[in-house]
Design a protein around this ligand. Structure first.
Ligand SMILES: *Cc1c(COP(=O)(O)O)cnc(C)c1O
Length: 234
């Protein structure tokens, strides 16, 4: 497949996705500009990621530090979202590249990020990852424990919490994802009240369930496979 053919397929995929995003926004009277599409590039190489940027998507997401380093070296102008599990020995090299860190899933990580930001004299915007699916093998804080993080969060000097991130359990029956997204939103609202601070971002919704997520207030949707259908994935 040559570059031109890839560009045509990607454009078609994007047009379809865009239509669905717009119609979900319309359904619940939200503005299209309230929802940012983060293109998840973890299954493709840098040249397809670059093609996506050329189509106007400049928010890109990666779940592995080394992949992020590699792609960011080719695409320094993308706004990189880190959405995966972070080992602490990879924080130093990752921090300077990250626009928003979605997946803060432990107090240890929170503290390690704060320490490294202090060392590098930089600020970091982040989201707390919350386990909204109730699946034991999933990362993230138990929703019931999130209000208890208030003191931790107010003690941070270099990190700004911008909201929450979560993943619904995969389900063929998409309506089944709705309660998980409602739980993320209500957990955000509770934390926001306790902090006395606006937490604007809700990162929720993937290829399988983004329409429900938008209806429930998602501000960042993380889409991978639906963008790359028919293209060569790794
Ligand atoms: C891979 C991944 C996505 C994208 O998933 P798709 O189902 O391919 O859209 C979104 N969020 C996270 C955290 C991921 O790891």
């Amino acid at each position: 497949m040559n570059g031109e053919e890839q560009a045509i397929i990607l454009q078609k995929n994007l047009d379809k996705v865009e239509e669905r995003i717009a119609s979900s926004c319309k359904k619940v009277a939200r503005k299209r500009t309230e929802v940012t599409l983060v293109g998840v590039t973890k299954t493709v190489d840098s040249s397809l990621a670059k093609l996506l940027m050329e189509k106007g998507i400049d928010h890109l997401g990666e779940s592995r530090p080394q992949e992020l380093w590699e792609k960011a070296s080719h695409l320094p102008n993308a706004k990189w979202h880190f959405i995966g599990h972070m080992q602490r020995n990879k924080i130093d090299k990752t921090l300077p590249l990250v626009h928003l860190f979605h997946s803060v899933d432990s107090i240890r990580l929170l503290q390690a990020l704060e320490d490294e930001c202090k060392k590098q004299n930089r600020m970091l915007d982040f989201l707390l990852e919350v386990n909204i699916s109730g699946e034991e093998n999933k990362q993230g804080f138990d929703p019931a424990l999130v209000p208890g993080l208030v003191n931790q969060l107010t003690s941070l000097r270099h990190l700004q919490c911008q909201g929450l991130m979560g993943m619904a359990a995969y389900s063929l029956e998409k309506e089944q994802c709705r309660p998980a997204f409602q739980l993320l939103r209500s957990t955000r609202d509770k934390l926001s009240g306790l902090l006395g601070k606006n937490l604007p971002e809700l990162s929720m919704g993937m290829s399988n369930d983004f329409e429900i997520a938008i209806e429930e207030g998602a501000t960042l949707i993380r889409l991978g496979s639906i963008l790359w259908e028919g293209l060569e994935q790794k």
